[in-house]
Design a protein around this ligand. Structure first.
Ligand SMILES: [Zn+2]
Length: 169
């Protein structure tokens, strides 16, 4: 009995057991992430879950927690996921992709935020509305919800964003 207890303590202190536990609703987007990497990424230690709220994340839609001796954990707020469901129309699939890819950028690629932007004209603007806007260089932009303002821009430039995300030349 004593041996067993020591063994457990040893395991906790020196590492953690790898595990993969992904909410089935989010799984297709995780698969898409692997696909977008050119199938070069293998996910062998990751938790992705839908939660009512994220205590650490303030009003964030999603949050990644990672560190030594723990399985990286992505939490996504349930109401956001529900509002971007297949029957909510428009670019909801893109919204989900953006948020999941950003969090997997942290929790799988271990990338920090990249907050630089560049000025671009907004397609299709008429009248007095601003004709340019700042667009993030990276899906790792710190406020991913700002990217959601113009998802058509993201969609048009998705390949560039994937190259930046996976640091391909
Ligand atoms: Zn982030």
């Amino acid at each position: 009995m004593r041996l067993l207890i020591l063994l457990v303590l040893f395991t906790t202190a020196c590492g953690h057991k790898l595990q993969v536990s992904i909410d089935p609703q989010v799984q297709p987007y995780v698969d898409r992430f692997v696909q977008a990497s050119g199938e070069v990424i293998q996910i062998n230690d990751l938790i992705v879950e839908l939660v009512p709220a994220i205590p650490e994340g303030g009003d964030d839609l999603a949050y990644c927690t990672w560190g030594d001796n723990q399985t990286p954990r992505v939490q996504i707020v349930q109401w956001f996921w529900d509002q971007t469901g297949p029957n909510t129309g428009g670019d909801s699939d893109t919204l989900r992709e953006l948020v999941v890819f950003h969090e997997l950028g942290h929790c799988v690629l271990f990338r920090p935020h990249r907050n630089d932007t560049f000025q671009m004209s907004i397609p299709g603007v008429t009248g007095n509305a601003p004709s340019t806007a700042q667009y993030p260089y990276s899906i790792m932009y710190y406020e991913v919800d700002q990217m959601l303002v113009n998802t058509s821009y993201y969609e048009q430039n998705r390949e560039n964003y994937m190259q930046e995300l996976f640091q391909r030349e």
